[in-house]
Design a protein around this ligand. Structure first.
Ligand code: UDP
Length: 140
């Protein structure tokens, strides 16, 4: 099967605790290849745009504040069934419900500060990759 791509963010709680390498290793050990990566400080506007599907949710404002509270590492990951594989290694949104051995079970601090983002569909992966990366920044 051909490789597909997904979009990942290592969130501010993880960069603050110097876990960029540890999280990336878990992604790589799950069979995903980092084909683009950059460390950025998200602007409020970028965060609100990125999470616009959640704008009516009660956690939206706090989430945007959290996502702009420190550096994040945005990545494009490539592999077989990349979206699904990444969701599996990430674990459930709420770390208390995440399976053992997942990134969120291992590292997340709370349902909000849950260390990683990963696209939930191939369609959203494409939109999210295009939101943060120019085509020439992705080297497969
Ligand atoms: N989130 C939150 N409170 C909630 C649900 C979600 O702060 O009750 C945050 C959390 O950081 C999560 C993000 O909003 O990762 C996006 O939520 P989504 O339901 O899309 O979860 P995900 O796809 O990240 O597992």
């Amino acid at each position: 099967m051909a490789a597909t791509r997904t979009f990942s963010i290592i969130k501010p709680d993880a960069t603050r605790r110097n876990l960029t390498g540890a999280v990336t290793k878990m992604l790589e050990d799950a069979g995903l290849r980092v084909v683009a990566s950059k460390r950025i400080k998200m602007s409020r506007e970028q965060a609100e745009g990125f999470y616009s599907v959640h704008k009516e949710r009660p956690f939206f404002n706090d989430l945007c504040t959290f996502m702009t509270s420190g550096p994040v590492v945005v990545q494009v990951l490539e592999g077989e069934n990349a979206v699904l594989r990444n969701r599996e290694v990430m674990g459930a949104t709420n770390p208390e419900q995440a399976d053992e051995g997942t990134i969120r079970k291992t590292y997340a601090e709370s349902i909000e500060a849950n260390s990683v983002h990963g696209s939930d569909s191939d369609e959203n992966a494409k939109i999210e990759i295009d939101y943060f990366f120019e085509p020439e920044e992705i080297v497969g």
